[in-house]
Write a protein that binds this ligand. Structure first.
Ligand SMILES: C[S@@+](CC[C@H](N)C(=O)[O-])C[C@H]1O[C@@H](n2cnc3c(N)ncnc32)[C@H](O)[C@@H]1O
Length: 253
């Protein structure tokens, strides 16, 4: 037997000169492949821990059921604090973080990330076409929260006051933009991700999404001339992201 066995081909190797790197697997293991201070922007959409609030899918009978369940991956307890050391390690001192979250998690994000960054704010995404509520017994889920955190020295790309509103208005993913095979219940619209990347990154910057789903952050990054590393634990979603980005890397979809 040779002393130096062949390397395990399933372990990816980070190459900063490669614009698009999609890694199927667990971000808890794969993040360590990224060097210290290598990432300009972490733009991600981790689990929300909402599954336990779900009342299940609603079947009105006259149309396909309204998808009220998030997904199996959302049942596992996601702890933002546990991810902080790796996010801080890979992020450049001038880098920043955008992370989609939900109302039940905002305090936990703030408790862990506010002390670790100079500034912690939120962005609100208002969905112009939220899923309907059949009974008029509460608000629609028409707003989604995005944590923003950065240090002094981070350069924003704002040129006018009106670009500095922490508010994005855009519809949820529909029609041709929706990945069908498999459908991801929380696929984010590229229009929203493009806005985040416009604000917080520059052409050539490295954008990381350790919870990439079907690769929406990657689609925005490719369309905008950023480099992208995406990680996804579910093999079917990871394969869908690879197909989506390999076949039309310059299209925003
Ligand atoms: C909210 S979804 C992201 C959806 C994505 N923004 C999109 O547009 O497709 C979160 C994703 O994180 C993945 N995930 C959960 N835990 C993970 C882990 N430890 N490593 C990598 N991916 C993980 C889930 O499988 C799920 O697809």
């Amino acid at each position: 037997m040779p002393d130096d066995p062949a390397p395990d081909r399933r372990v990816p190797v980070f190459d900063p000169s490669v614009a698009l790197q999609l890694w199927p697997g667990d971000a808890r293991e794969l993040l360590r492949l990224l060097p210290d201070s290598s990432v300009d922007l972490v733009c991600t959409d981790p689990p929300y821990n909402l599954a336990r609030y779900s009342t299940g899918n609603i079947d009105p009978g006259w149309r396909a059921p309204f998808n009220n369940d998030v997904a199996d991956w959302d049942a596992e307890a996601f702890d933002p604090a546990a991810w902080l050391p790796e996010i801080r390690r890979v992020l450049k001192p001038t880098g920043n973080l955008f992370a989609f979250t939900s109302y039940n998690m905002l305090g936990r994000w703030h408790d862990a990330y506010d002390p670790a960054f100079d500034t912690f704010q939120i962005v609100v995404w208002h969905k112009t076409n939220p899923p309907p509520k059949l009974r008029r017994a509460g608000f629609l889920n028409s707003c989604e929260l995005i944590v923003a955190a950065w240090d002094r020295g981070h350069a924003w790309n704002f040129s006018r006051q009106r670009e500095m509103h922490n508010f994005i208005e855009a519809p949820i993913c529909m029609g041709a933009e929706r990945v069908k095979d498999p459908r991801h219940p929380t696929q984010k619209p590229v229009a929203v991700l493009r806005r985040l990347l416009e604000w917080g990154s520059r052409p050539g910057d490295l954008v990381l999404d350790p919870f990439m789903g079907v690769g929406s952050t990657g689609a925005a990054a490719m369309a905008m001339g950023r480099r992208f590393v995406g990680i996804e634990i579910d093999p079917a979603y990871a394969a869908a992201a690879t197909r989506r980005l390999a076949t039309s890397p310059l299209e925003a979809r």
